[in-house]
Ligand binder design. Structure first.
Ligand SMILES: [Ca+2]
Ligand SMILES: [Ca+2]
Length: 291
């Protein structure tokens, strides 16, 4: 009895071990993400942020010669020489950024400006849940060479948990303008160490037109289980530019990404599986002894 219980427990633990359960799942309901316990450094881009107002924008993606220039603390960034990615907000009275929806947290967000004429080699389908799907792996082309990338390595391995919540807010340049909005754009998201091959995934930038299923802003929430729980994850956001989707029957000019409030929380377990198994074994041993 003792042996079989032990084998069953081992099998259960192996079946449920993070390496076999590794996943990235888009949640259909809001996650319980909180600023308390956020494993992302400067996820709201408030540390070192400029005061509100266009005169105070800081350019944040490498390659630009525009000034002032600084990468938000905790983050890494890259871009082309022509990028105009800006950090801050439009005015102190209405905390939008490049006409986005009102920022969800603090006084600053990141705008990923990277020029017009980005192209996709395959036709996009904008799904109701905010994902953008393709009939294969698309090749994205930026009008001026490189896309604008922002990434951070998040030390999930130092806060061991069976899963993590990953949450962030997006809106688009001019999404919050009245009336109208602008056609939905496309941004890339890559999370390293959750899916085999670390694939790029594609999501809509909410543009706020009557065709926008996400409105003028949206919070994306995911449940993550790392492939290797002993290694950190890396979250990376990508903007290729304002897309020209006219090749595929879409808009010739879509919106560009505005990002804020990036959160990764460990999801606490009420009782670890191994403790559960130990308790179960002890109970069965006791029962066997009584019998
Ligand atoms: Ca913020
Ligand atoms: Ca733009």
């Amino acid at each position: 009895m003792r042996l079989s219980t032990s084998i069953a427990c081992s099998a259960l633990l192996i079946l449920l071990s993070p390496s076999t359960r590794a996943s990235m799942t888009l949640l259909s309901t809001p996650s319980p993400a909180t600023h308390v316990g956020n494993l992302v450094i400067n996820g709201s881009f408030e540390t070192g942020a400029p005061a509100p107002g266009p005169a105070n924008y800081i350019y944040w993606a490498t390659g630009t010669s525009s000034m002032p220039y600084a990468v938000p603390a905790g983050w890494s960034a890259s871009g082309s020489a022509n990028n105009y990615a800006k950090w801050g907000s439009d005015s102190g009275s209405l905390l939008q950024l490049l006409g986005s929806d009102v920022l969800p947290d603090g006084q600053a967000g990141l705008y990923f400006g990277n020029y017009a004429g980005a192209l996709t080699s395959l036709p996009p389908t904008f799904q109701p849940n905010g994902t953008v799907t393709f009939p294969g792996a698309p090749t994205m082309t930026s009008p001026k060479g490189n896309p604008v990338n922002l990434w951070q390595t998040v030390p999930t391995h130092l806060t061991p948990a069976a899963s993590y919540v990953f949450s962030f807010w997006v809106s688009g340049e001019w999404s919050g303008q009245t009336p109208g909005g602008i056609p939905d754009g496309i941004f890339g998201l890559r999370v390293i160490n959750v899916l085999p091959g670390d694939p790029m995934q594609y999501f809509a930038v909410p543009g706020g037109t009557v065709l926008s299923t996400l409105g003028i802003s949206h919070r994306f929430d995911f449940s993550l289980v790392p492939l290797n729980p002993l290694s950190p994850i890396t979250v990376e956001f990508v903007n290729w530019g304002h897309f020209d989707l006219s090749l595929w029957g879409g808009s010739p000019f879509t919106t560009e990404l505005v990002l804020d409030d990036v959160i990764v929380n460990a999801v606490p377990e009420p009782m670890s599986l191994s403790l559960l198994c130990l308790a179960g074994s002890a109970f069965l041993r006791k029962r066997a002894a009584i019998a």
